[in-house]
Design a protein around this ligand. Structure first.
Ligand SMILES: [Fe+2]
Length: 343
């Protein structure tokens, strides 16, 4: 049984609520409105009872019940790919990650926002040879501690999972899947459920999520009745840029997407890094966002057949704000004029 297609699928203008995306990369601010599914109620008004939404894609599951905490506001910072080395002077593609990460954290403090949490979607440390040790994470840990919030980290392809776990401070969380080196965890923040998936293969650019982890994630998601947020290191779907699509994707991203689309009333967004570029796309009601690169930006154009950097590289991160049934992603870039030329 299928319900009639919604306005989004019919190509009609979206009324409300909306997803606001402010893309501030390279100094420009470009507000973009995308439809947000599954919350056809008056923004700002708390529902009198749990919002029950028929899930036409999985009739055997009956309904997806989203709890009244759809109205719980949430704000978090999303950063990615800081690539800090074992010394403050280490340079990655000519840029110094330690100083650029410091600059980024200083900008976060200037905002005067106390986030509910900070999510780092991977490649916290590691040099061009994919080498990261405890010393790398000990160097970067004091920088992150300047933001007073629970921090969460994902293992990127340049990271060392064991050294990360032993050195960095994670906020409260629960591991919902563990097999060998593969661990995935979840945590709650203001009654929202957040899922951190492991997609990295050490030293490989491409990523994959094991079938066991995907099954555990689907099971855990199906038992949640809260707004859900999903984090991983790799872009799950094609970006239309030959070098990115040939080197950087999650190999089984469509399998992940099929799980998410069954719960699209619940999934508020999927956030990733790895591509060093603020990027967003929407497919079948699932919204995907990447953080700006923390130390430089790759180019992700349809004409990019090799790894290219944006000519004006800068540090960046995103401020994600959920309020009144609306997801806002503000991709910030810190002007390089504030930075020392040595960075
Ligand atoms: Fe990466």
């Amino acid at each position: 049984m299928h319900s009639p297609r919604g306005p989004e699928q019919r190509g009609e203008p979206c009324k409300a609520p909306t997803l606001q995306l402010f893309h501030a990369a390279l100094g420009a601010v470009r507000p973009c409105l995308l439809p947000l599914r599954g919350a056809g109620r008056t923004p700002g008004r708390a529902p009198d009872h749990p919002l029950r939404i028929a899930n036409s894609l999985t009739p055997s599951r009956g309904t997806v019940t989203i709890a009244a905490n759809m109205d719980q506001p949430l704000i978090f910072f999303h950063i990615s790919d800081t690539h800090v080395g074992s010394t403050k002077d280490y340079a990655h593609r000519g840029y110094r990650p330690y100083g650029r990460t410091e600059l980024l954290i200083q900008d976060m403090r200037r905002l005067g926002i106390k986030p509910d949490f900070v999510m780092h979607t991977g490649d916290v440390c590691g040099d061009k040879d994919h080498h990261a040790t405890t010393a790398h994470y000990e160097l970067v840990r004091p920088i992150f501690s300047a933001i007073d919030a629970p921090w969460y980290y994902l293992v990127g392809n340049h990271d060392c999972a064991e050294s990360m776990e032993a050195t960095l401070n994670y906020g409260p969380h629960e591991v919902f899947f563990s097999s060998g080196r593969e661990k995935a965890y979840k945590f709650s923040s203001r009654s929202h459920d957040c899922f951190a998936l492991l997609s990295s293969i050490p030293t490989k650019r491409e990523g994959i999520i094991s079938k066991g982890q995907l099954a555990a994630f689907e099971e855990s998601l199906s038992r949640s009745s809260s707004p859900a947020w999903v984090f991983l290191h790799h872009p799950p779907l094609s970006m239309g840029s030959p070098w990115m699509d040939g080197n950087m994707l999650l190999a089984n991203g469509m399998e992940l997407h099929q799980i998410l689309r069954k719960r699209r009333e619940q999934v508020q967004g999927v956030f990733f890094g790895h591509i060093h570029q603020p990027w967003q796309f929407c497919r079948e009601g699932i919204n995907y966002f990447s953080s700006p690169g923390a130390i430089f930006q790759f180019s992700t154009l349809p004409s990019d057949t090799s790894s290219n950097l944006e000519p004006q590289s800068a540090v960046g991160y995103s401020v994600v704000h959920y309020r009144q049934g609306q997801v806002q992603v503000n991709a910030r870039t810190v002007p390089l004029s504030q930075a020392s030329p040595a960075l």
